[in-house]
Ligand binder design. Sequence first.
Ligand code: TYM
Length: 330
Amino acid sequence: LTTVFSGIQPTGSLHLGNYFGAVNLWKSLQNDPANHLIISVVDMHAITVPWKPEQLRQNIVQSFIELLACGIDPAKVVLFQQSSVPEHGKLQWIFSCLSSMARVDNLPQFKEKSAVQKEVSCGLFTYPVLQAADILLYKAHLVPVGEDQVQHLQLAQDIARIFNSKCGKLFPTPHRLHSDLPRLKSLRDPTKKMSKSDTDSRSLIQLTDSPGQIREKLKKSVTDFKSEITYDLAERPAIANLLMLYRAVLDVSLEKVLEETSKINKVELKARLAEAVIELLRPVHGKMKELRNDMGYLEQVMAQGTDRARTLASQTMDEVESLAGFRPAK
Ligand code: TYM
């Protein structure tokens, strides 16, 4: 059995980058019985930047709704809320004490994220250590994440190695699993990734966007001055991004997309892409509506996830505490 762990922050509705970079991959993994898939709504990560309690509360529920609506199946996956499993924080502390400041300080996401904060929390700094705890608490072998998480996964690998050599062999080395789609870019600026924290809502398409919003955002998306369609990542990154998105939405090869778009212009590409995204999201919208009206089911899914994750996490934590010297050796 291969243990697969991944997480997503409850910081607002998922966007198409999350969908194609992560959720879609999880959906294919859950259908292989050789995988033990564990997915966490990582709410503790969501408070590393300023937050509002009421908003967080809503975002957590919304994340569950969206994941279920996208087709994540709680019968096949351990789907749980991070903060409901106290071992994440416990293991993070031990890992913090095994990580050098210099190593953590080198991670690029901290520099990016702290640059836009007035006051930077210690939590934002140690965020990747918590992420390592998330992964290793379940002794994950595989971690399906987008390209932006590569450095965080390398830290988790380092921490596993350090713990194993200092305290005793416990953790497998977690490896990254990635979709063949490069990271989706902002619709306003193809040099930036599509991101929930972008202040310009036109830069991303979220799962909750209406057909009107989707058409509008794609129509207004920034491209270049040429009208014909060619794929050139270096020279025409915005068009390349739209083509990649189109490819992902249709679930076909890039060649196929280029064939289809060879005789149309940019305006037509944007229009076709919009309709394809709307089609993709139509059933998701229907499912979200259903789930919103069935809070009882949602609570049941969340409680079941907590139970299952706790059972797994407490086993690992027992072993960690023995090996680290907090308890008698086993
Ligand atoms: P988060 O919530 O930012 O993103 C969730 C997943 O979506 C991917 N992603 C993208 N993929 C392609 N294009 C994009 N524009 C794009 N934007 C986001 C991310 O790579 C990610 O896979 N630190 C993590 C959450 C986390 C985690 C973990 C993940 C916490 N603990 C343990 C794996 C294992 C994060 O902020 O993801």
